[in-house]
Design a protein around this ligand. Structure first.
Ligand code: PLP
Length: 410
């Protein structure tokens, strides 16, 4: 049990679920209403309008009462036919899980990966970087028959803390004059890192509630381009619950064909208001806040003398930072100390990097001072675990935050 920390707030410093602002928790405490009644229609229209702005799209955004994994399946089930070839890119654990799902659905999934070397993690070099769009272009050019039906990439790889340049992937597909759909998992990127569904020519963007949207887990999304909707009309994988057509149709009145997640939708309405509020700089303000937190956390990691999991500074994630342990240190042992002694949850290393790194989330109900506290917990935990630190990360992060102007009101 958790009764050894009876007061104060637990520090949920994992890269999702993220801490939920009180304002959203209060909004979700409203009574559950008739999902066929007039009040609900108004709520439905409100959230559908708000969420389109967050995805930066004019086209439909489908909301499912499911975790992100469901929305991954929805994206594939709506657009693909049995045996279709999909080109995916190994950025980390979540890209690998999505590939496994594609295979389970009966698709032929091919993985591209970074081909260069890596000093610290030669066996997981691709897990330290973003997508290399030139590899995608090269592969698509070689596919003269156009047998590849979709290119699937992860925008913010939550297992590593590396982002990918989605516009570069779009340009690679266009340069190869290839008709494949572009599908992007922005489950942990949306509302933290700049993301533009329409402008970047994405066909399906998948996202979830429990990260940048600052909601509890339980709803997820497919933003759908006209080309993807068209593809869904002839695609042959079985789809029923996930099928876009009936949902998009009923959404016109603010309703769903099944019982939607009413209280999470109250929360979503509030989250959209918070994220889009002009007085906080709108979406650009949210991206700037996360960028600042990421920089502060990386200043701390550098001062500790530890390596950042993402080896390419051009694609550092504003959402989370992966902290690599010196050889011989078990990252999960450090996490255990930080959890038990300081009531702070850090993200575990997943898949290929299990035990070799931990992750610090800097998203959700977060500010400079909550992050300072989390970094203090990490620093104390690292020392207690016997990790030799080059210097104080807390001091470096304080200096960084103090040197930055206060977040600007618009
Ligand atoms: N994709 C990414 C990038 C994720 O971070 C996650 C969850 O952390 C998922 C997919 C899976 O989403 P869920 O756990 O909500 O099913």
């Amino acid at each position: 049990t958790l009764d050894f920390h009876p007061t104060g707030r637990h520090f949920l410093q994992i890269p999702g679920p993220s801490p939920v602002p009180d304002r959203i928790l209060r909004a979700m405490s409203l009574p559950t209403i008739d999902h066929r009644g007039p009040e609900f229609g108004a709520l439905g229209l409100r959230v559908l309008k708000g969420i389109k702005q967050v995805f930066q799209t004019q086209h439909p955004v489908v909301i499912y009462p499911a975790s992100g994994t469901g929305a991954w399946e929805a994206a594939l089930a709506n657009t693909m036919s049995p045996g279709d070839h999909v080109l995916m890119y190994e950025t980390g654990h979540f890209a690998s899980l999505w590939k496994k799902m594609a295979t389970r659905l009966g698709l032929e999934a091919e993985f591209l990966a970074y081909r260069g070397g890596d000093d610290r993690m030669p066996e997981a070099a691709s897990w330290r970087r973003g997508v290399q769009a030139d590899l995608i272009e090269e592969r698509l050019r070689a596919d003269r028959q156009h047998s590849i039906k979709a290119v699937c990439v992860v925008h913010n790889e939550t297992s590593t803390g590396a982002t990918s340049d989605i516009l570069a992937v779009r340009r690679a597909i266009d340069a190869a004059k290839h008709p494949a759909l572009l599908m992007v998992d922005s489950i942990s990127g949306l509302a933290c890192a700049d993301y533009r569904h329409d402008e970047w020519g994405v066909d399906v963007t998948i996202s979830g509630s429990q990260k940048g949207l600052m909601l509890p887990p339980g709803i997820s999304f497919n933003a759908v381009s006209p080309k993807a909707l068209e593809a869904s009309r002839s695609a042959k994988l079985p789809k029923a619950f996930w099928a876009w057509d009936e949902i998009v149709e009923m959404n016109q009145g603010g309703y769903w064909p099944y019982t939607p997640n009413t209280n999470l939708l109250y929360g979503l309405a509030e989250a959209c208001d918070m994220l889009l509020a002009a007085e906080h700089g709108g979406l650009a303000g949210a991206f700037a806040r996360h960028g600042r937190w990421g920089e502060g956390v990386r200043a701390a990691v550098r001062a500790w003398g530890l390596d950042i999991q993402c080896a390419d500074p051009a694609v550092y994630s504003p959402v989370l930072t992966g902290v690599m342990m010196p050889d011989g240190v078990d990252a999960d042992a450090v996490r255990k100390i930080v959890y038990e002694r300081f009531d702070c949850s850090l993200g575990t290393g997943l898949g290929k990097v299990k035990g070799r790194m931990f992750r610090i989330g800097h998203l959700g109900d977060c500010n400079d001072l909550t992050l300072m506290a989390a970094l203090a917990g990490c620093e104390m935990g690292l020392k207690l675990a016997g990790v030799k630190l080059a210097g104080s990360g807390v001091q470096a992060a304080m200096e960084f935050f103090a040197s930055q102007p206060a977040p600007k009101a618009a």
